[in-house]
Design a protein around this ligand. Structure first.
Ligand code: SAH
Length: 252
């Protein structure tokens, strides 16, 4: 069968235990070479066929999977981060359905989780934002008009912007047009969890300058919102005065 596996954000020990076990058993690994850390391939068994999907079309990927399946082999399709986020797995799963080839998905640590870890941040702070918007600027892949950055920015929720580090001028402009104050905190996280990871804190207005000065224009996430600021409310869950299913409130 085919195992779609989330490789995690980069550090080779951020793949799941399940993903690592399946990698070690695979007869063929097709990995997204543009972002998957090649160190993850060190654990594969001798004789395992390795293909880099960066140079392949969808049709070639599916042909390779079908060929391995016909030979009774196990194939791992290794995607960066978690495969459900900009992973282009739906089109592969639909073709496998048509060919009657079984598959499963093993989730991974998305880069947006690794970015929060790098920042020492919590995306969902009480009194600040309880919503995380995962989005991107339109590039060669269009974004539906109703999901434009400016309209999403109007919510003032936490925003995680993928695939847009090369468009920081436009991104900053759209965020401002959506109603963010120019001094709203923002950050760039380059190659979260890799040895070359870099964290740059800035504001919505200074995003383009921060990218330019630090030479960051790809493999980075843009984080925006007051979750990067100093103000928030403490959680009710751990408040002494709050009762819930597992704990009685303490008497004052
Ligand atoms: N499925 C992946 C995202 C793939 S899209 C995931 O869950 O993370 C590729 C984009 O993800 C990049 O352009 C960049 O915006 C982001 N990205 C992937 N790995 C990253 C990392 N280690 N640090 C920062 N951004 C990363």
């Amino acid at each position: 069968m085919i195992h779609f596996i989330g490789a995690g954000p980069g550090a080779p020990d951020l793949i799941t235990v399940r993903g690592q076990r399946l990698m070690a058993q695979a007869d063929c690994v097709i990995y997204a070479g543009s972002l998957v850390n090649p160190q993850l391939l060190e654990g594969i068994k001798a004789g395992c066929r390795v293909l880099n999907s960066a140079a392949m079309t969808l049709e070639e990927v599916i042909d390779a999977m079908a060929c391995e399946e016909a030979a009774g082999h196990d194939t791992v399709r290794l995607h960066t981060g978690d495969p459900s986020v900009y992973g282009a797995i739906r089109e592969q799963m639909d073709r496998l359905d048509r060919l009657g080839i079984p598959y499963e998905v093993v989730p991974g640590v998305s880069s947006f989780c690794a970015a929060a870890a790098a920042l020492g941040a919590e995306y969902t702070l009480p009194g600040v934002s309880q919503t995380v918007v995962i989005t991107r600027m339109a590039g060669r892949t269009p974004v539906p008009q109703r999901e434009g950055i400016a309209s999403l920015a109007a919510h003032h929720a936490t925003m995680v912007v993928f695939l847009s580090a090369g468009m920081l001028e436009g991104l900053s402009r759209e965020l401002l047009a959506g109603g963010y104050e120019p001094d709203t905190p923002a950050a760039l996280v380059y190659k979260a969890s890799w040895p070359e990871e870099r964290v740059v804190r800035c504001t919505v207005a200074t995003l383009p300058q921060a990218g330019r000065e630090n030479g960051i224009h790809k493999t980075a996430l843009v984080l925006v919102g007051d979750f990067l600021g100093e103000e928030y409310e403490r959680s009710l869950l751990y408040d002494p005065g709050f009762s819930h299913g597992f704990r009685e409130a303490k008497k004052p």
